[in-house]
Design a binder for this molecule. Structure first.
Ligand code: GDP
Ligand code: MG
Length: 242
C-alpha cells in the first residue's frame, strides 16, 4: 500500500446498476451522507485493488449532465470541478443507444473515463452482441463488459480503472464536433477561459456551456474563482454576454 487514494466517480442513467457495483466494490466500507449544502444523499466508499486504495462516489443517476435538475447539477459539477481521477460511466448494455448519450457527455468533460457495460447477462438473454473492441476504438477510452450483480468482469473493470488513474493508457476520448460556426466560437473563447480559470478545468466543455447561455455555470465558475483566488481577480464572466 503506497497510501495514495485514487478517486472514482460512478456516473450513468438511473437503474444501470451503479449502486450494485458500488456495493460489490465497497462492501461494508461505505457511508452515506448528504452532498454539501444539498438534501441529496451521497454514498462514498473505499476499496483496494492491486495494493492501491480507492475512494468511490456513487453519483446521482441522470439521463444527462446539462444541470436541469439538482441531481444533474451535482453529477456534472463533481466531474467537472472536483475532477475525480477517473469517471466510470455505467451503461445498460440492453439499451446502448439511449445510454451512450451520457457517456458522450462525460467524455466532453473529462478524458479520464472508463465505460462500463453492465447487465451483460440481460443483454445476452436478449441476443444483443456488443463488440467492446469496436466501441473502445470509437470512444477512445477503455470499454469493459460486466455483470455487477453476478460479479462478472469486475477485476477487468478495475484493471482498466487502474491503468487510467496511473496514466498508463493513451486516451483519445471521442469529442462531439459541432458546426463550423460553433467550433469557431469555441476556439475564440478557449484562450480567455484558460487564462481566467486555469488549464485544469475542461475549457472546451465550459465554452459550450457559455455558448448555450448556461447561467449557472457562470455562477459556479465565478464562485470557484473567488474561492481559489480569494477575490484577487477583477475580471469575471458576466451572464448573458454570449
Ligand atoms: N440482471 C442483472 N441485474 C442487475 C445487474 N446489476 C444490477 N442489476 C439490477 O438492476 C437494478 C438496478 O440496480 P441499481 O444498482 O439500483 O442501479 P442504479 O440506479 O444505477 O444505482 C437492481 O434491481 C439490480 O439488482 C446485473 O449485472 N444483471
Ligand atoms: Mg443507485
Amino acid at each position: 500500500m503506497n497510501g495514495k487514494k485514487y478517486r472514482i466517480a460512478l456516473a450513468g442513467n438511473p437503474n444501470t446498476g451503479k449502486s450494485t457495483l458500488f456495493n460489490q466494490l465497497t462492501g461494508l466500507r461505505q457511508h452515506t451522507g448528504n452532498w454539501p449544502g444539498k438534501t441529496v444523499a451521497q454514498s462514498k466508499g473505499y476499496f483496494e485493488h492491486k495494493n492501491e486504495e480507492f475512494e468511490i462516489i456513487d453519483l446521482p443517476g441522470t439521463y444527462s449532465l446539462i444541470a436541469n435538475s439538482m441531481d444533474e447539477e451535482i453529477a456534472r459539477n463533481y466531474i467537472a470541478f472536483e475532477q475525480p481521477d477517473v469517471t466510470v460511466v455505467v451503461l445498460d448494455a440492453t439499451s446502448l443507444e439511449r445510454n451512450l448519450n451520457i457517456a458522450l457527455q462525460v467524455l466532453e468533460i473529462t478524458d479520464k473515463a472508463v465505460i462500463c457495460l453492465n447487465l451483460i447477462d440481460e443483454a445476452a438473454k436478449k441476443g444483443i452482441e456488443i463488440s467492446e473492441a469496436k466501441l473502445q476504438k470509437k470512444l477512445g477510452v477503455p470499454v469493459v463488459k460486466i455483470s455487477a450483480r453476478n460479479k462478472v468482469g469486475i477485476s477487468s473493470l478495475l484493471d482498466a480503472v487502474l491503468s487510467v488513474v496511473k496514466g498508463l493508457l493513451p486516451l483519445s476520448p471521442f469529442k462531439m464536433k459541432y458546426g463550423d460556426e460553433i467550433e469557431e466560437r469555441i476556439e475564440e473563447l478557449l484562450p480567455d477561459i484558460q487564462s481566467i480559470y486555469g488549464s485544469h478545468l475542461p475549457a472546451r466543455w465550459i465554452a459550450l456551456r457559455l455558448l448555450e447561455g448556461d447561467e449557472r455555470i457562470i455562477d459556479e465558475l465565478n464562485a470557484k474563482l473567488l474561492n481559489e483566488k480569494k477575490g484577487g481577480h477583477s475580471y469575471e464572466f458576466a451572464s448573458g454576454e454570449y
